[in-house]
Ligand binder design. Structure first.
Ligand code: ADP
Length: 257
């Protein structure tokens, strides 16, 4: 608590009492801690690829450039790390935009089925690289009202995760349909799954069950935080069910309006 006090003085300057104001700052403290953790996390996440970019560039300049094999290998690492860095910056900008409450969504008609098909085409090669079978069931010509770019982002993030956290030769199912005036999207995989204790934490910014695995697959730890924000902006709902080693299912419901 923050405490403010003031004396109450009578006409003859006698002390008649004291007014105390108790201000509950637990919530403010909590928000301040979240903000501080966030800044620390961002700095750390930016620093890791930067250190590796600097290190490999230095080694190249120090002579590794003359070795054809080393040169190629180091440049590939530099390229991968720069790519990760720009992905992280994109996600951060995206998240900070979403958190500005004054930001209006671009409400317009969303061609739900068309966008879902586009997203699958975008991610198909990623699935093929791991020989993952992508099975889709889309209700034809489905539409709703909302922000199309943000709607697209939900599917991109959920389907990329399903591919990232499923072992080679696994399966990913994506279903999009309308039910009781809601657009329902189901993204299911038979991948590594998430344990019960970890499920409530996966929507936190930068939370990853396995940092190394997330990094290797190009993850930033922000994907699901972004999804949750968008679903809230749409006044929708997201649910997860998962079993370690068996697979995961995400169900998103958005009002069609
Ligand atoms: P990342 O960039 O690490 O994928 P996300 O915010 O998208 O970050 O997800 C947070 C964490 O939740 C991931 O690091 C992973 O541990 C877990 N996760 C997300 N989707 C799945 C899934 N389909 N199967 C298993 N684990 C998942």
């Amino acid at each position: 608590y923050e405490v403010y006090g003031a004396p109450v003085v009578g006409d003859n300057h006698e002390l008649r009492g004291v007014v105390l104001v108790l201000h509950d700052i637990t919530e403010l403290k909590r928000l301040e801690n979240i903000r501080r953790d966030f800044v620390a996390n961002v700095s750390h996440e930016l620093k890791t690829p930067m250190t590796s970019l600097k290190g490999f560039t230095e080694t190249l300049l120090d002579g590794a450039m003359d070795d054809e094999k080393a040169r190629k290998q180091f440049l590939q690492i530099i390229w991968k790390e720069s790519d990760r860095l720009s992905h992280l910056i994109d996600d951060l900008l995206h998240l900070s935009k979403l958190e500005r409450e004054d930001l209006e969504l671009e409400w317009q008609e969303i061609q739900v089925t068309e966008i879902a098909k586009e997203v699958i085409e975008l991610l198909r090669s990623k699935a093929e690289e791991k020989s993952i079978t992508l099975t889709t069931t889309f209700q034809p010509e489905l539409t709703m009202i909302g922000d199309p770019l943000r709607f697209r982002q939900i599917l991109i993030n959920l389907v990329s995760n399903a591919i990232n956290y499923t072992s080679p030769h696994g399966q990913v199912w994506v279903e999009v349909m309308e039910k009781e005036n809601q657009v329902v999207m189901i993204v299911k995989d038979n991948g590594i799954g998430i344990s019960e204790e970890e499920i409530p934490r996966i929507f936190e910014r930068f939370y990853r069950v396995d940092k190394a695995r997330s990094r290797n697959s190009g993850g930033t730890g922000l994907g699901l935080a972004i999804v949750k924000h968008i679903v809230e902006a749409f006044e929708g709902d997201i649910q997860v069910d998962s079993e370690k080693g068996k697979g995961t299912i995400f169900i998103v419901k958005l009002p069609q309006r």
